[in-house]
Design a protein around this ligand. Structure first.
Ligand code: SF4
Length: 451
């Protein structure tokens, strides 16, 4: 996952800071901003949330171009020691990107003569080397797109004041921009641009926004030959803010429909429908509306505890325990249909079943608004091996037992695609990745490089 932002125009560093605050849900391990002021690019950032990680120095007030990033690590080391944006080795190009490059080791060895353990550094060095050859950021990114294999939505600036925002040929991750009088703005999600009142457009799959030093000189142009977009299904299921639009589809609307479709396949009797807050809420509303059952909340979620799923492994359990507390007046003696957006490792569901039973729930029927996650992701989600997935190699009954719920029902892949109304990447559900991947080899690569 991760979130990226960029701004060209007055007060660029502060504007990127504001956009990153709106994208905080996409990454909570680290944050950073690179800004162009006084002819050079400066980088600030570190571990933690945007407000903890970024202290803008006085020079940032003169920044005319800036890019920024919130990190959810899916390559390189856990924790905030590594953060983006990343500088190329000569400091002429800085990039920030959301996604994963599956051939970064080979590209590093074969083209740059170095071994890499972090795909972001490879992308920065490669784009900078191509920039030195081509003399234009747009041409460097076009050339890089012929070499990079994976999912990426990236922003880049050069010390000459060029700014670009590019989306991979399959458009796996979201990216949007707004260009107006005196500014060009970019953000991973449309909701971030909405929050600043900017009229946005999405960057098309295999396309880029390129600005040659001024907002007046911005154009959306081709990056690589197009494919049918294959947006990540998980963006619609979990990552996107409900008020964001990706490939023309609002996340909340898609999630409501996922819940409705799940409900149509269900006959279990229950007293109420409740979401796992907050990401299961839209689907739970759709489910309850479809079945005409009472909808309520059975869990309080501490919104200052962060998103447990995207926390580094060592922090997940502690965060989970602090995050939820049952609401006893709605759990005691009730048969609960608990709707979650997804079940990946199973830690959250197992913990919730335990605390709901402790607070008197009579039955817990877990309804999951996505298919079982049975395969790893190498395109921007930190699930690099099959062994950590609770549904891998288990039947529905076995999963129910492991999670401690009375029953479980998942959404099917076809219903998921129909709910979104788009062809999706469904790789982690055992469907198709956008392009062929050597899963066994990549499990090794992405597990080895994580510490
Ligand atoms: S494999 Fe799953 S999580 Fe990864 S990009 Fe595809 S749908 Fe998204």
């Amino acid at each position: 996952m991760c979130g990226v932002a960029a701004w060209l125009g007055d007060d660029a560093a502060s504007a990127v800071y504001e956009l990153l605050l709106e994208l905080q849900h996409r990454g909570q391990e680290a944050a950073g901003i690179a800004f162009l002021a006084n002819g050079g690019i400066r980088l600030v950032g570190g571990p933690g949330l945007v407000r903890e990680a970024i202290r803008l120095p006085a020079a940032a007030a003169r920044a005319w171009a800036a890019i920024g990033h919130v990190r959810y690590s899916t390559s390189g080391r856990y924790g905030g020691e590594q953060y983006q944006p990343v500088a190329g080795s000569k400091g002429l190009v800085h990039i920030a990107f959301n996604g994963n490059i599956v051939n970064y080791r080979e590209l590093g060895r074969e083209l740059l003569g170095r071994s890499y353990t972090w795909d972001a550094q490879l992308v920065a060095d490669l784009v900078e080397a191509l920039y030195l050859e081509q003399g234009s950021l747009a041409d460097a990114l076009r050339e890089a797109a012929q070499l990079l294999r994976g999912a990426y939505s990236l922003v880049a600036i050069t010390s000459r004041g060029e700014l670009a925002a590019a989306r991979d040929p399959y458009g796996v991750r979201p990216l949007a921009y707004a260009v107006g009088d005196g500014y060009a703005a970019v953000a991973s999600e449309t909701a971030a641009l909405d929050s600043l009142g900017l009229p946005w457009r999405e960057v098309g799959a295999g396309r880029m926004l390129y600005c040659n030093g001024s907002p007046k000189d911005c154009v959306e142009t081709g990056l690589a030959s197009g494919h049918e977009p294959r947006p990540c299904a998980f963006e619609y299921i979990y990552f996107l803010r409900p008020d964001s639009v990706f490939e023309g589809v609002e996340a909340h609307a898609a999630r409501l429909e996922m819940g409705r479709r799940l409900a149509r396949r269900d006959t279990v009797e229950a007293d109420l429908v409740a979401p796992v807050p907050d990401s299961g809420r839209s689907a739970a509303i759709g489910y309850a509306l479809e079945r005409g059952l009472p909808y309520t909340e059975v869990l309080y979620r501490n919104r200052y505890a962060g998103r447990a799923f995207i926390a580094p492994p060592g922090e997940r359990n502690g965060r989970l325990k602090r995050k939820f507390n049952p609401i006893r007046s709605t759990t005691w003696g009730r048969r609960i249909i608990l709707v979650d957006d997804s079940v990946v490792r199973g830690d959250t569901s197992r913990w919730l079943a335990r605390i709901l039973r402790r607070s008197g729930a009579r039955e817990i029927h877990l309804r999951v608004a996505s298919p079982p996650v049975v395969m790893p992701c190498f395109l921007g989600i930190d699930t690099p091996s099959r062994g950590e997935l609770v549904a891998h190699g288990r039947s529905g009954d076995e999963i129910s037992r492991v999670l401690g719920v009375d029953s479980i029902l998942y959404l099917g892949m076809r219903d998921l695609e129909e709910a979104v109304g788009r062809r999706l990447c469904l790789g982690c559900f055992g469907g198709a990745y956008p392009f062929p991947l050597d899963v066994a080899r990549l499990e090794k690569v992405f597990t080895e490089d994580r510490r």
